[in-house]
Design a protein around this ligand. Structure first.
Ligand code: G6P
Length: 367
C-alpha cells in the first residue's frame, strides 16, 4: 500500500514523529522483554573469538556505524576498522582470517556498500548486515542480517532509520560484551535498561521542540555552521552537519571538539553558530572547555545537553537546549533526534524541498 503523509506537512516530519514506535519495535526485536536482556539471533561468527570487525556503509548509515564502532570497542573490546564503502572497496585493507564484516544500510541496495560487502566476503570475512529492507540485495547476500524495524522511509534524508540503526548497534555491542565477558552482568543490565528507556525519552523530546524551532530561526540566517562533539557524540556532530547541508543547503562542518583548535577555530566569529552536542558524562568537562575556548573568541555557542550539564554551559552559551537525562552510553541516540529536527526546521524556514533535496537520491544504486 502507498504510504501517505497523514496530517503531517512532510514525510520527514511524519517520520521524525515515528521515532518512539520505531525505536521500541527495533529494540523489542533484539531485547527479550521478559528477561530484559539482549537476545541476538544466531550470528555468522563467534563474537568471543572474532579478531577484528570491518565496518562499512555510506552517508548517514556510515555515521551510525561510526557510533557503533565506539560502542563495540568500548563495551566488547573488539578491534573495529571502519570506512566509507567507496573508499574501502579500493583501499583493499589487509583482513585477518576469520574476521567479520558489518555493513549498515537503510535500503540494502546502495551500490558502493554492496560492492564493499562483496569484496569483504571474497576476502573470507563473515558478513553481517544491518538493513531496513528485508529481501534487499544486501540482506540476501549477507551471512546474517539484523533488521531495523523502521518501516518505509520516504524522506530522502534518513531519520528514523538512522536511529533504528543506532538501536541495533547498541544492542549488538551489549550482546558482544556479554559473549566476550567484557561486560559484567550488572553493567549489562544497567545499559540494557538505559536502552529500553530511549523510546520514551524520544517521545518526550518530540513533544517539546519550541526551543529547537527558536534555534532553527537563528541557524537559518547563517552561512556556515560548525557542529562539535566528542566520543560517540562526534559522529552525531558529523550527522548534524550532513543533515543541515542536505536539507537547507547551508554549509556545515562537523568536528571532533578537541580537534577544533587545530583548524576550525580560525573560522570562529559572531557569524558562525557553533552547535555543541555536550551531554553530561565522562567527556563533559573536556567538551565544555573546548566550547568555552570558542566562546572566548566570540563564538556563539548553542548547546544540546541535559539537566546536569546545563548550568555549566549556561555560563557562556547563548542557547542551551536541555534533553532528557540518560546514561552516556545511549546519549548519541537521543542527541540524533534534535539535530534532525533542527535541520528539518531550518529547511522549512528556508523553503527548500525537505523530502526531496536537490541532487540527492534515496538509494544510490550506481557507483
Ligand atoms: C543516500 C541517502 C542517504 C543515505 C545514503 C546511504 O545518499 O540520501 O540518506 O544515508 O544514501 O543509503 P543506505 O540505503 O545504504 O542507508
Amino acid at each position: 500500500a502507498a504510504v501517505g503523509k497523514g496530517n503531517y506537512r512532510h514525510f520527514m516530519e511524519k517520520e521524525l514523529h515515528e521515532h518512539p514506535v520505531v525505536l521500541g519495535d527495533t529494540l523489542r526485536q533484539h531485547i527479550d522483554p521478559a528477561t530484559r536482556a539482549v537476545a541476538l539471533p544466531p550470528l555468522p561468527f563467534d563474537p568471543a573469538a572474532v579478531p577484528k570487525i570491518t565496518f562499512s556503509a555510506c552517508g548517514s548509515a556510515y555515521l551510525a556505524a561510526q557510533v557503533g564502532r565506539y560502542w563495540i570497542e568500548q563495551v566488547a573490546r573488539i578491534p573495529v576498522d571502519s570506512d566509507v564503502a567507496s573508499e574501502l572497496r579500493y583501499r583493499d585493507p589487509p583482513l585477518p582470517e576469520g574476521g567479520a564484516a558489518l555493513l549498515v544500510s537503510q535500503s540494502g541496495e546502495t551500490a558502493d556498500t554492496l560492492a564493499a560487502l562483496r569484496l569483504l566476503r571474497k576476502r573470507g570475512q563473515h558478513v553481517l548486515s544491518v538493513v531496513n529492507v528485508a529481501e534487499s540485495t544486501m540482506d540476501r547476500e549477507s551471512d546474517g542480517t539484523l533488521l531495523t524495524i523502521a518501516g518505509p522511509e520516504i524522506g530522502v534524508a534518513s531519520t528514523k532509520a538512522f536511529t533504528a540503526q543506532l538501536a541495533v548497534l547498541a544492542a549488538l555491542a551489549l550482546g558482544f560484551g556479554r559473549a566476550r565477558g567484557t561486560l559484567s552482568a550488572a553493567e549489562e543490565a544497567r545499559l540494557t535498561a538505559a536502552l529500553l528507556e530511549v523510546p520514551g525519552h524520544a517521545a518526550t523530546l518530540l513533544e517539546g521542540g519550541e526551543e529547537i524551532q527558536a534555534l532553527a530561526a537563528e541557524v537559518a540566517l547563517a552561512r556556515d555552521v560548525l557542529f562539535l562533539g566528542r566520543g560517540s557524540l562526534y559522529p552525531i556532530a558529523l550527522e548534524g552537519a550532513l543533515k543541515l547541508k542536505e536539507l537547507s543547503y547551508i554549509h556545515a562542518e562537523g568536528y571532533a571538539a578537541g580537534e577544533m583548535k587545530h583548524g576550525p577555530i580560525a573560522l570562529i566569529d559572531q557569524d558562525v553558530p557553533v552547535i555543541a552536542l555536550c551531554p553530561s558524562g565522562p567527556l563533559f568537562e573536556k567538551t565544555a572547555s573546548n566550547l568555552q575556548e570558542a566562546a572566548a573568541r566570540g563564538g556563539r555557542i548553542m548547546a544540546f545537553t541535559d539537566a546536569a550539564g546545563a548550568p555549566a554551559l549556561r555560563r557562556f552559551a547563548e542557547r542551551v537546549v536541555t534533553l532528557p537525562t540518560v546514561d552516556p552510553f545511549v546519549a548519541p541516540i537521543l542527541h540524533a533526534i534534535p539535530v534532525q529536527l533542527l535541520a528539518y526546521h531550518v529547511a522549512v524556514l528556508k523553503g527548500t524541498d525537505v523530502d526531496q533535496p536537490r541532487n540527492l537520491a534515496k538509494a544510490v544504486t550506481v557507483e
